[in-house]
Ligand binder design. Structure first.
Ligand code: AMP
Length: 113
């Protein structure tokens, strides 16, 4: 797989506003925020899309959600935050390294646009 911009952030080849890191994942502020809080959590292993995840990634996927919850608390989001995973170009995925968006700090409509 070719390097994405997110692999370069993991390797510290390009800068990012990192808010959380552990052995399995990294979280940083989105460069084009869609809400007052907009953070991306990425696994350190490069899985292009959620649809490419395998059984062996089960613990990692759970880890990303628990990290999201911790980060939301750390960011003062209380109980009001939304997680988004875009899977595929047709629904807006632009970076092909799995990432979970944490969005908070304003109201969000449902159904999503
Ligand atoms: P998606 O459209 O779901 O693939 O989300 C990709 C997200 O990555 C977008 O919200 C972009 O604003 C964000 N993004 C792209 N490049 C960077 C970067 N260098 N640092 C932080 N966020 C980025």
């Amino acid at each position: 797989m070719t390097d994405t911009i997110f692999s370069k952030i993991i390797k510290r080849e390009i800068p990012a506003d990192i808010v959380y890191e552990d052995d399995q994942c990294l979280a940083f502020r989105d460069v084009n925020p869609q809400a007052p809080v907009h953070i991306l959590i990425i696994p350190k292993v490069a899985i292009p899309r959620l649809a490419d995840a395998e059984e062996s990634h089960q613990n990692l996927l759970g880890h990303l959600l628990l990290a999201a919850s911790k980060i939301a608390e750390q960011e003062g989001c209380g109980d009001a935050f939304r997680l988004v995973i875009n899977n595929g170009e047709k629904v807006g995925q632009t970076v092909f390294h799995l990432h979970v968006h944490i969005l908070a700090g304003r109201g969000f409509g449902w159904p999503p646009g």
